[in-house]
Design a protein around this ligand. Sequence first.
Ligand SMILES: *Cc1c(COP(=O)(O)O)cnc(C)c1O
Length: 463
Amino acid sequence: MALHKVKAAKDVEGVEDAVDLFAGPVGSRVLPNKKIPEGHARPEAVYEVIRQELLLDGNAAQNLATFCTTWSEDQVRRLMAECLGKNLIDKDEYPQTAEIEARCVAMLADLWNAPGGHAAMGCSTTGSSEAAMLGGLALKWRWRDRRKAEGKPYDRPNLVCGPVQICWEKFARYFDVELRQVPLEPGATGLRPHQLERYVDENTIGVVAILGVTFTCDYEPVKAISDELGRIQATTGLDIPIHVDAASGGFIAPFLHPHLAWDFRVERVASINSSGHKYGMAPLGVGWVVWREPELLPKDLIFDVDYLGGSMPTFALNFSRPGGEVVAQYYLFLRLGRQGYREVQEACAASAQYLAEQIAAMGPFKLLYDGKGALPAVSYTLEDPAGAGFSLYDLTEQLRMRGWQVPSYPLPADRQDTVIQRIMIRHGIGRDQIALLVADIRRSLDRLTTATVSDAERTGFHH
Ligand SMILES: *Cc1c(COP(=O)(O)O)cnc(C)c1O
């Protein structure tokens, strides 16, 4: 204690004597922002001032833009804290965490109807982005091996997809693959099978089908896409595999749409990725990728790490990663069970459909997705953007005054003139919250469409 006092007095003058942390050396100054300070400071003081700064962030619970988990049970928080020091890559040092990861992969392979069940190959990742890279790499390697074996050129691979999330654009650029993004047809919410013919060729490493299009929340028709690729194979001989980007749908469809064939029941589906930290309900930092069978993951993409005196195959872009998210995912599988996942997702879907009805009834909006048949979400646009007297961006701003984060953004390629709003309903967002949001949307519309409102009032400088 005495020693501590001497050091403290030397490094940060007055640290021990402040009567209150806001009168002390940390709380009464602007925080360092360019250089690491020379001296140390009291943990409770630093904690408090950083916590205060973070209040400037949006409130995650009111972030209706995100698919990601913003609510967790206390037990999840405790397991996360208990796993703080565990490195997922150290399979030898933390064999039980490695075992838990393997159990999760087996459970997901089973959930997604892999033919060999738990014999399927897969791993955890930091999210769907890394999982997509791995899925894409396996497609590229298999295509290249085949082309080499056939003595054909293998320098111009392409990947065909609809309105994909940015991770696929990254994959294409980082790994030198041409991304052939099929434009959205008017009225369509994703890739349509009949469009494929014009985009695939002998250099196509695969087609990405999205279960839960980021922009519109709808599913792309995996089975029909597969049937179309079957037809193309029959006429051209091209055997093109599908990777399903089920970032959000991978934890929705098995529970809400169990009869929809989108997964390994569709033979052409070679691999699937999903975000554990989206509708998997795990905290941020975990995704999954699973291959139909181990043979679909080329051997030279696999590295071995030490494990219980032997070695364990790994395939990942990262080395060190936290173990807690994977453990939390396993907790959620056991804690909720299939029934629990079903009930949570059903409650979310019911709230989304309620919200869709309310929004449709307000007048100025045209629903693009009503929360039925795919993700628990709603997307809509203005019925008459030119005549509405306000833009969706104005509505975003109004709602933000109450803390709601409801983004407005243009649709992707070829439909960019259409601006839409999207509201995600997920675990932790209750019906009451949605009812309050509806009341705030109504109030905002009143404000935006009342002719007497001055510009100053519109931008929020009243009261
Ligand atoms: C969110 C999302 C991703 C990226 O997933 P992360 O887990 O955030 O890396 C990829 N594809 C789709 C369809 C998504 O919704």
